[in-house]
Design a protein around this ligand. Structure first.
Ligand SMILES: [Fe+2]
Length: 269
């Protein structure tokens, strides 16, 4: 299939009908080299800090055992480049065109994938607990700061699978197998973003035969207003409060960090 791309590093992007149709039909949009170089450089340095100083490990521990660890001192969005990436104006503008004018920030992850990191099997990340509730859209922006080379783990997506009503784990038994009809993204320039409908099945397919360089990966997700979304981090309220206090988003996005988008946190079973 033809993968529609968008290459607009310097101006606010306007999706054309073909791109919108592709997102509706296929569930993803590839934006090669979408992010400015200076932002990519700063966020990469922060990813190194996040991983190497144990901030990432503390963040994960707080999600797994909030009673013991409490709110982490530093969240992803506290890092200035990460905050800027989260609310990068051209990105929010594309998200607005996909979700409509009202949407909220859901969560962010930041990581540096070692070349020998195992793959991640087929899954989706749509957060409504009852998968029949597909009335509202959620998107994940997957940022490949250093791009993807053919000797790095690639991103496999299954076009159209976001239209299925399925649990996140419905294809877990397939591991990272090659599936009929999949699109495999294994070569993207630095600063590329892939926007996924969060219900789209996708997998990280490792290439353990290549000892190459690490893969810098940040993802941020956004959810359409009008329905309550389950949070994924027990300290979601504090996360939103910090984002508002830091003034991460401009006044044109008054609802981006609003609490009214969310239901109460419950631990996943
Ligand atoms: Fe995922």
């Amino acid at each position: 299939m033809t993968v529609q791309t968008l290459h607009t590093p310097t101006r606010l992007p306007e999706l054309d009908d073909t791109q919108r149709a592709q997102f509706d039909r296929s569930g993803f949009l590839v934006l090669p080299g979408f992010l400015p170089n200076d932002l990519v450089t700063r966020v990469k340095q922060e990813v190194d800090t996040w991983v190497d100083t144990g901030l990432r490990a503390r963040s994960i521990a707080a999600v797994l055992d909030y009673a013991t660890h409490g709110v982490p001192d530093v969240l992803e969005l506290d890092l200035p480049g990460h905050g800027e990436l989260l609310a990068h104006e051209p990105l929010l503008d594309v998200v607005r065109q996909l979700l409509g004018p009202g949407f909220g920030f859901h969560h962010m992850h930041s990581d540096r994938h070692a070349p020998d990191l195992p793959g991640k099997g087929w899954h989706h990340d749509y957060e409504q607990r009852f998968p029949s509730h597909r009335t509202h859209t959620m998107v994940h922006a997957l940022h490949y700061l250093d791009g993807i080379d053919p000797d790095m783990a690639g991103l496999a997506v299954l076009p159209g699978s976001h239209r299925e009503v399925a649990q996140k784990t419905a294809r877990a038994h397939l591991g990272t197998d090659v599936l009929p009809g999949e699109v495999y993204l294994e070569e993207l320039p630095a600063g590329s973003t892939v926007l996924l409908h969060s219900a789209l099945f996708h997998a990280r397919r490792a290439k353990p035969q290549f000892p190459g360089r690490p893969r810098y990966f940040v993802d941020a997700s956004y959810c359409e207003a009008g329905v309550l979304w389950p949070p994924v981090k027990p300290y979601w309220r504090e996360m939103l409060q910090r984002a508002r206090r830091l003034g991460i988003a401009g006044p044109q996005w008054p609802d981006l960090f609003a609490e009214h988008h969310f239901s109460e946190y419950t631990r996943p079973e």
